[in-house]
Write a protein that binds this ligand. Sequence first.
Ligand code: ADP
Ligand code: MG
Length: 696
Amino acid sequence: MMGGYPPGAARLDQGLQYLKGVGPARAQALQRLGLVTIAQLLEHYPRHHDDRTVLRPLSELQLGCRQTFSGCVVSVNELMPRPGMHLVKVGISDGTGLVVGIWWNQPYIKRAFTRGAQVVMTGRVENRFGELQVDSPEFEFPDRAASLSTGRLVPIYPLGAGLTQPMFRKIAHAALQGYGQAVPEGLPATVRDRLGLIEAGQALRDMHFPPNLDALERARRRLAFEELFVLQVALSQFRRMHRVMRPGISHGPNGEAVCKVLAGLPFQLTGAQQRVTGEIWADMAGPLPMNRLVQGDVGSGKTVVAALAMAKAVDSARQAALMAPTELLAEQHYANLRSYLEPAGIRVALLTGSTGRRRRRELAKQLAGNGLEVVVGTHALIQEPVGFSRLSLAVTDEQHRFGVRQRLALQQKGPCPDVLVMTATPIPRTLALTIYGDLDISSIDELPPGRRPVKTFWRTQDRRMLVYRFLREQVEAGGQAYVVCPLVSESPKLEDLAATELARELSGGPLRGLQVGLLHGRLPSKTKNATMQAFREGQLQVLVCTTVIEVGVDVPNANVLVVEGADRFGLSQLHQLRGRVGRGRQQSYCILLAEPRTEPARQRMDVMVGVSDGFRLAEEDLRLRGPGEFFGIRQHGVPEFKVADLSRDLGMAELARAEAAGLLAADPMLARPEHAALHAAVLSRFGEKFGLMFSG
Ligand code: ADP
Ligand code: MG
């Protein structure tokens, strides 16, 4: 919200030493929290608020629960019940009763208390030895004058060493008093009025020191909206500038390549595939650079859509590149794209980390010359000094695994290629707009005909042998199966070991006599490819694997998927895994082996059994886990918010998008004086991203 200011408000950029009560030592402690300027301090919001509007008299405290109370220090004692054991006991009284705070082996605590001081304590009250005792209570000495710590909703901040709650409260309060007026109003009055949102200064004050819970909620709403609004404005501008500043390539009409690819398809495109292909072609033909996300449920047939876009590039005598997150996936795309494109005379090559040096040099030469139209690869594509002579279409698959930076790196391999991003994690539209707001979105919301929905079951461990007997029957009837080993920990290494172990156990036990293969991330890629090939060709009947098969792997004859320890996975991940089967005409089965210990884990299993639609599942996942976990910690592309929470503020995100669109339609460059603060906020939060976009 703050950061870039209209000239009058520049004081908010001042360092914290200008605040009363902040000396060099505290300034340093604050800096460790990332707080350097007054604006940053004001935006360091409380973790929560303690309701201390009414403190119970000590005689009315409830035993066994955590509460806050206050009194006057009446005794400070030090005891050594045994050698090496030290005890501080501080008694406080409010005239109605006596409570004793107890600290073990923290002799220095004693020095904090003087008889007669007023103190506020928080902790669990127990009745022991006929005394009301609290172990290691939090405590603070309320300021006698300004009562920031009692008789109100009291802010509790995330803090580090060298800072205490009362100290920080005072500093925050002083900052609000001195600088609260200077906070720029980033939301135009018209927007605020229409949505009934309070002013910036008010919101900031109430976020820290709300008079009541309603005021706190109003403040939160206002600030959350502003975050989402600024993001939406930035994304729109991002997209706009991208177009205005970089005229794109206008591809010509479809020609021989597109016709031949279409004619050679072994199936009819679904309605959704046709529509989305049309959207892409229209973008490619237009003079502005395409920036489009294609999202489609697993198995919806995204690859062929990419192939048709590539064919259009070739019809304009251009080149296309596709970048995939793993070698396995790149190999598979390579195989599929070749099958679509080569019959039309289009030359396709593969470039990954394991492409030999000589071959690389050869490829680079072909790409720089006239010898190659399409290249498929991993991030080796952008790491290498690979130069294209006429790249006009850059496709990235499974985008959520790449960062913006990598997407841009591929883009910059050509003068201003059209960009197509494919993702197999379908997400609710509003969320997609929030995260990928700089992209146009196409959805392949229809599966190819003749697919039979995968039957999903959840079984507990005591049925494990029955599950494997079922798997064996299916395989003996001509099917193939995946067995996914559980996520054991954060460590892929352990996971790989677990898969190896599981493969050994199964092929020596319940799956004895079947051809069982093993696939995990750390096998040499030669081995991986050979194993995958053998499975694809039916020489292996069962593939024991880690989540390396999660994205994209396509073997239509596989019809059984067993997931061990399924409760360890998130819904979206399970859905991705389930997408590996149900790709052929035979009935497929997904069996989740799980002993969920928590209610949410149990719910996830039920949702998997009951819901097969990827978009609905993603919504459920978001609801059950919240956006942080939903996307995996620290994944690229998910904007970080201080106040907004996408799992509960999705409706608000939609509003913000609509309001941003309206505002920009009227004032595209944010040039009007009443939008100056908003403009500044956008630049301060997203300026770096804009810079990244237009560098190089
Ligand atoms: P995605 O990448 O969207 O999960 P793929 O592109 O891998 O899906 O396609 C999944 C499977 O569906 C492939 O075996 C592909 O040949 C097949 N397929 C794609 N489109 C159609 C269609 N219109 N009709 C029948 N099969 C299709
Ligand atoms: Mg795919």
